[in-house]
Design a protein around this ligand. Structure first.
Ligand code: UDP
Ligand code: MG
Length: 160
């Protein structure tokens, strides 16, 4: 009789999240502080690059928000049109509950409602035109994270 040894699947313990520092991050000169805030969360950084965002990439990224009245504005925002044509810093963090951890570090969507110690609470603002300049994007859930990571990164650009 042979015994089957069940090995724990350690991959199920970890997940990945896409984090983007939107163009206002570079425009304000706070990329270092923002990366520092995410790095302090104890997650592993497995991908990092600068991206000059095209209209096609921005629209694909926000495709689930295409019917929203602010769709055109967030596409322009991601392309850097509101912030000196600056690029996006695209990152992938991996680790236990990476999505929830990164969203906590980012804070609420509206910077005025975000925890003052979060990235959006500390550095974000709502402009007089009502635009949420909230500095970062974080995947909303693990399924969306997989779609977004594939959209932004080639496999060869990520650490195994
Ligand atoms: N947004 C906005 N007004 C809103 C909701 C969202 O301008 O009422 C923008 C904001 O830049 C936000 C992005 O659209 O980060 C995507 O919205 P989502 O609901 O996915 O928020 P997030 O996941 O970024 O917190
Ligand atoms: Mg979202």
């Amino acid at each position: 009789m042979s015994l089957t040894v069940l090995k724990p699947d350690t991959r199920s313990c970890s997940e990945s999240a896409l984090v983007l520092i939107k163009p206002d991050g570079m425009h304000k000169g706070i990329v270092g502080e923002v990366i520092g805030a995410f790095s302090a969360g104890g997650l592993k950084l497995i991908g990092l690059k600068l991206v000059k965002v095209s209209g096609a990439l921005a629209r694909a990224h926000y495709r689930h928000l295409a019917t929203k009245k602010f769709f055109k504005e967030i596409v322009s925002y991601l392309m850097g049109d509101l912030h000196g044509k600056n690029p996006v810093v695209a990152m992938v963090y991996t680790g236990k509950d990476a999505v929830a951890a990164c969203r906590r570090i980012a804070g609420s969507t509206n910077p005025e409602e975000a925890d003052p110690k979060s990235v959006r609470g500390k550095f974000g603002r709502v402009t007089t035109k009502g635009v949420f300049e909230n500095l970062v994007h974080v995947s909303s859930d693990t399924k969306e994270a997989r779609r977004e990571i594939t959209l932004w990164f080639k496999k060869s650009e990520l650490l195994a």
